[in-house]
Ligand binder design. Structure first.
Ligand SMILES: [Zn+2]
Length: 74
């Protein structure tokens, strides 16, 4: 009887651990996609900047800074 009780505890422990690992895998997956940011090349100086920092001009070109955008899009 004690062996059956121990067996149930071990199964429960493995199941709990497995769920924890699955949760960690999901979090790691989310982290990886966050780290991959789309990059844009500056139309003026050809430098690559993340799309968050890049500035999009009215003609559809991307720029690393407002200064370069103004120089091209006069
Ligand atoms: Zn630039």
């Amino acid at each position: 009887m004690f062996k059956l009780f121990l067996f149930i505890i071990i199964i429960f422990a493995i199941y709990t651990l497995w769920q924890h690992v699955q949760k960690l895998k999901v979090q790691a997956g989310k982290k990886n996609t966050d780290e991959i940011k789309p990059m844009q090349q500056c139309y003026f100086c050809q430098v690559y900047v993340s799309q968050e920092e890049a500035i999009k001009g009215p003609n559809g070109h991307w720029y690393c800074c407002a200064e370069h955008a103004q120089k091209v899009e006069k």
